[in-house]
Design a protein around this ligand. Sequence first.
Ligand code: ADP
Length: 263
Amino acid sequence: MADIYTLGIDVGSTTSKCVILKNGSEIIASALIPAGTGTSGPGRALATALEQAGLSNEQLTAVTATGYGRNTYEGADFLVSELSAHALGAAALMPGVRTVIDIGGQDAKVLHINVDGKLESFLMNDKCAAGTGRFLEVMARVLEKDVTELAEMDAEATGTVNISSTCTVFAESEVISQLAKNVNLNDLVAGIHASVAVRTAGLTRRLGVTPPVGMTGGVARNAGVVRALEKELNTSITVSPLAQLAGAYGAALYGWNKRKENE
Ligand code: ADP
């Protein structure tokens, strides 16, 4: 039987992600372009993944779009909500996980899923930048660092500089005034991560912490945030190396499932 290829594209607020699945199980290509909805990012992610897989668009059986910008993405056969895509992707990447914490570029979500990756309940913060990737990006800019450097700095911290404001704008002023006091930068980063963790732990507890807990989304790549969140929730958190691709992976799986339904 001929191989079946399904592609999932996650058109995010800051990043475009693509995953190509062969026969619903094997990831044969993936792409991550740091440009999100309304930019060339989605097109570049698609082209990169196709090139990596050595496939043309016509060889794809189903293209499924998810993410913040999915509705404006042209060329999708199916659309799936970010919640359903992350639930499917998380269950495939981290089998058995029941609580999924997804922190992306501009929102944070907590999902309860069953073992098949079906969404059971969720809570979301999409009203405020605090506790999202955006908060970390703002703080990194003030520190003249890149978000990718924050985890390493946190690992070197010997203490934590407390950030008391929950609002991003006020927290930014607080970080600037701490910088003026010449505090240790690593300890300041640890404080920034603790602030994200407190916020996320609040959202998670409101839904309920059903173990095992896993994390998806770009912020899961920041080991400092993961560690701070583990401490705050007093539980271990599983993170897949493909955490940021969970939505795209889930979308590719959704396309595979749809195709099977239509057989
Ligand atoms: P979206 O889908 O909304 O575009 P993502 O799930 O891709 O968001 O997450 C983007 C966020 O992930 C960024 O704001 C940043 O904080 C974080 N991030 C992305 N890459 C890394 C990395 N290599 N190390 C640490 N954090 C990262």
